[in-house]
Design a protein around this ligand. Structure first.
Ligand code: ADP
Length: 359
């Protein structure tokens, strides 16, 4: 700022007042003022001078505004509020999602626990069945052993008394012993095979075989036995030759088992049919009887001995009860399937489907 007296600007005295009352005038010898660190706001700077001749000038006024820095401006505060609101919203959202995830996971865990519980109960039932089965099996093993022991005692007693045993009686005793021995052997073999299959240590010896010839041979071998029981036997096939890769002995065992069951459960005067059908890449073997049939609720259990419902009243009769269980496992090992269609009082049909090539 300058007075009119430009020449002597340094000899004048300057008075200034920034936003103050009349008593707050400051004095300066310089006609330049420097304000630093003024807070934001509106200011009025008043300046007057007294020249070297003592003449006071008029007050000059300058209004000016120190703006706030952007980071504390209204817009900035507004932006801060928006950002904080967004962060809070995102956090709440995140929490909600986390909550949903926890709920979902809890639900899943509950489901898994339920499944595990069911599985656990199934295993317990399975173990109970197994136990039940082995108890029955022990009785089954004891019966032929008791018969053999009894005969042994009888023959020993007779020979001690020097009693003569007629050849007829001897051959009868031998027959009984033979029957009981083979029954014991069959029970024990079935048990061993089942254990092997369970351990996956059962191996097939597969070769290319004419399945029609193989089945026909078995039927012919059993023809006399079946017809001797007063049951008619029919063998029918729609093809003369069908080569499939299979273990001859094991397939033989399956068919013998099905035929044996058919004979066991078909009364005199009944009919057993063995049918073969060529399904191109598969072959269907069916063993059908006109016997007593199998109730529907039992049909799904007969292939899985240890998954059967525990029935304390059921006693093992004339069989290990493992025949179909082993048959199913053997057919599974061949990559095939076995199922039954049956009606009580009308008969049963056991159907085996074997793939031609199952390597
Ligand atoms: P088992 O060696 O004791 O005969 P299987 O596993 O061969 O045992 O058969 C299991 C059960 O399935 C039999 O006890 C019988 O109740 C039923 N079953 C099997 N085949 C027939 C059939 N052809 N007719 C009626 N019931 C059958």
């Amino acid at each position: 700022f300058f007075t009119n007296d430009y020449k002597n600007s340094t000899s004048a005295k300057y008075y200034y007042n920034l936003n103050g009352g009349d008593s707050e005038w400051e004095v300066s010898n310089s006609n330049t003022l420097l304000f630093a660190n003024l807070s934001p706001g509106n200011y009025t700077l008043k300046v007057k001078a007294i020249t070297q001749h003592g003449i006071s000038t008029e007050e000059a006024c300058v209004d000016f505004t120190i703006k706030r820095s952007f980071w504390i401006s209204n817009l900035a505060i507004f932006i801060y509020v928006i950002i904080i609101a967004i962060i809070i919203y995102l956090q709440i959202n995140k929490l909600k999602k986390l909550d949903q995830l926890v709920n979902k996971r809890t639900q899943e865990l509950r489901g898994e626990m339920k499944k595990n519980k069911q599985l656990f109960e199934k295993i317990i039932a399975f173990e109970k069945n197994k136990n039940n089965y082995f108890v029955n099996m022990s009785h089954e093993l004891r019966t032929p052993l008791n018969v053999l022991n009894g005969l042994n005692q009888l023959i020993k007693g007779l020979s001690k008394k020097d009693t003569f045993i007629t050849p007829d009686k001897l051959s009868y005793y031998m027959e009984v012993m033979e029957r009981n021995c083979s029954r014991l052997l069959s029970l024990i073999n079935n048990l061993i095979d089942y254990a092997k299959i369970e351990n996956n240590s059962y191996t097939l010896n597969k070769k290319d075989e004419n399945i029609v010839y193989l089945v026909e041979e078995i039927v012919l071998d059993m023809k006399d036995y079946i017809e001797g029981k007063g049951i008619d036997l029919i063998f029918d096939t729609d093809t003369e030759e069908k080569e499939i890769s299979c273990d001859k002995l094991e397939i033989e065992r399956c068919i013998v088992n099905l035929l044996g069951n058919a004979v066991k459960f078909t009364p005199e005067g009944g009919l057993i049919e063995v049918l073969i059908q060529d399904l191109k890449d598969k072959v269907k073997i069916s063993v059908k009887d006109s016997g007593i049939g199998i109730p529907e609720e039992k049909q799904s259990m007969i292939f899985d001995k240890f998954n059967q419902v525990i029935d304390d009243s059921s006693k093992q009769k004339n069989g290990s009860g493992l025949g179909l269980t082993i048959t199913k496992h053997l057919i599974d090992l061949h990559g095939g399937e076995i199922y039954v269609e049956s009606k009580v009082g009308e008969g049963s049909e056991f159907i085996i489907i074997l793939p031609v090539n199952n390597n």
